[in-house]
Design a protein around this ligand. Sequence first.
Ligand code: ARG
Length: 279
Amino acid sequence: MSHTERLPRVRTYLMCPPKHFTVEYAINPWMDTTVPVDAALAVKQWDLLRTTLVDLGHTVHLLDPVAGLPDMVYAANGAFSVDGRVYGARFRHPQRAAEADAHRAFYEKTLGQDNWHLVRPEHVNEGEGDFAYLPRAYGGLILAGHGFRTEPAAHAEAQEVLGRPVVSLRLVDPAFYHLDTALAALDDHNVTYYPEAFSPSSQRVLRQLFPEAVIADRADAEAFGLNLVSDGRHVILNTEATAMADKVRAAGYAPVHVELTELKRGGGSVKCAVAELRP
Ligand code: ARG
């Protein structure tokens, strides 16, 4: 495919300032409660991510941070929207449960006037942490992860709510506990992923669906290089993920680095901090 075809599409995102961000519990292997977080640096790094998206022409809505919810900065986990329909989250761990209400309130109050249709979930699912959408793959395809957080039953529920086919993928490595730590949409039809984060059968499914995928390795995934946000041309990713930047550049995309050392201490990076709102 010619590199001149990598055109950006203007997006609308939702982010939550890391005002109350700390690592005070450990619910994934990256979290170490004995290592302090530099709170001021976390805010500074997060703000650079926000301005990077704004400078690229995208709209960034803000969610009010709530004291006592230190993981709220990972705004991707609060819901998953497709075609103006919003499938709400239901968190696996009690420490994060109340975040779902904050997201719901955002959709109801801020976006309520714009005909967004919000659906409360029955099954455990962590929003865009475990769901990705490719509007131009097979007419509109949802990829969904399970194995650590989101329940397979939520995949079927999401398909009913959103009316798009959902392909279930099983995650097998606890270091890559959310789909968005192991796979990302590079544009409307193609993905990048780290195969070994998935079961052999799920790897086969991904190979079948995405023969042109950009294949990442363990080092890329460990640098949170797959936890990226792309507008179809600009691929925003963690500074540490240098080899991943080379791979997306070789595939014709334009990598943009942002330093997110503090958010990594909670087990997340660019994508975790950015939810996409799809009207
Ligand atoms: N500490 C958070 C958790 O374990 C990190 C969430 C990262 N978010 C993501 N979309 N992968 O739930």
